[in-house]
Design a binder for this molecule. Structure first.
Ligand code: SAM
Length: 284
């Protein structure tokens, strides 16, 4: 099978099928063999694994995954890509193509049907317009996912990995880090894709925790608090959390809890670690 991950072969397949890119689907296809290798090796795919690929495009990465994994399930929304995938993936008997919107699928059911209930690895060059709903849906859901290795917009990867006190740190960092350990494994420039995206990209691996690193009685409350804390970044925590919707704590109660935790009265959300947010949620 010809290596699709070089410009000449990708263009040949696209022209032969008269394919036109759909901007609304975030279609930027990878055409760099080194980057493809970086993604797949970061995902540590072995023949024991079932891999879920989101948005296979013309099947460039899917072919490599099919060669290394036990099985691959590839979910692609664009029906114009399905005949192309049927052609490029025809040599592989371990690939299932599903023509669906990933946000509408029951991922747990897919993992049960195709992964035998065992852990599944997600590997994808994601459509950037829905990165956060896809990643948070995977992390919050009950499907047995071991890791998520994905290409995302560079700034989004930085926010996922950021720690307290940085300008990238926010609700997304804390939400991701409650469920998984993030590690940016590569930065990828726009010229590694056809067409070139208007932003830089990065590959990030999220290794899911078996249990979250902090214990909270009420996850809903923790995340409501985190969202309220970063809604207006420049506000102090006492101001943003006091009387915030869904929290039922007054400004005074928040100030008292912060004091008991040994935190300055004027502290902002961007200074607190996940552990401190969890403790504060418990106290309020
Ligand atoms: N994996 C290919 C590659 O690396 O060359 C394509 C990656 S491209 C950035 C994103 C892919 O996701 C496109 O094929 C696009 O059609 C598909 N896609 C967009 N929205 C989707 C959705 N909601 N569900 C499933 N696939 C989607």
């Amino acid at each position: 099978m010809a290596n699709l991950g070089i410009p000449r072969n990708t263009i040949e397949v696209l022209q032969r099928h008269n394919f036109t890119f759909q901007k609304k689907y975030g279609q930027n296809f990878l055409i760099d063999p080194n980057v493809l290798e970086r993604v797949i090796s970061a995902a540590q795919v072995t023949e024991k694994d079932c891999v879920l690929e989101i948005g296979p495009g013309i099947g460039t990465m899917t072919q490599l995954l099919a060669e290394r994994a036990g099985s691959v399930v590839a979910v692609e929304i664009d029906r114009n890509l399905i005949p192309i995938l049927e052609e490029t993936l025809s040599p592989y008997s371990n690939v299932t193509i599903i023509n669906e919107d990933i946000l509408k699928l029951d991922i747990r059911q897919i993992t049960e049907e195709h992964g035998g209930g065992g852990p599944v690895k997600v590997v994808a060059n994601l459509p950037y317009y829905i990165t956060t709903p896809i990643v948070m849906g995977l992390l919050e859901g009950s499907a047995p996912l071991e890791s998520i290795t994905v290409m995302v917009q560079k700034e989004v990867a930085e926010r996922m990995q950021a720690g307290p006190g940085t300008k990238e740190y926010g609700a997304l960092s804390l939400a991701v880090q409650y469920y998984a350990q993030p590690q940016v494994v590569a930065n990828v420039p726009p010229n590694c894709f056809i067409p070139r995206p208007g932003v830089g990209s990065a590959v990030i691996r999220l290794t899911r925790y078996k249990t979250p690193p902090v214990e909270v009685a009420d996850e809903g409350k923790l995340f409501a608090m985190i969202r309220a804390s970063f809604n207006q970044r420049r506000k102090t925590l006492a101001n943003s959390l006091g009387n915030a919707p869904g929290l039922k704590a007054s400004r005074e109660e928040v100030a008292k809890a912060l004091e008991e935790m040994g935190l300055p009265a004027m502290v902002r959300g961007e200074a607190l670690t996940l552990e401190q947010f969890a403790e504060l949620a418990g106290r309020l």
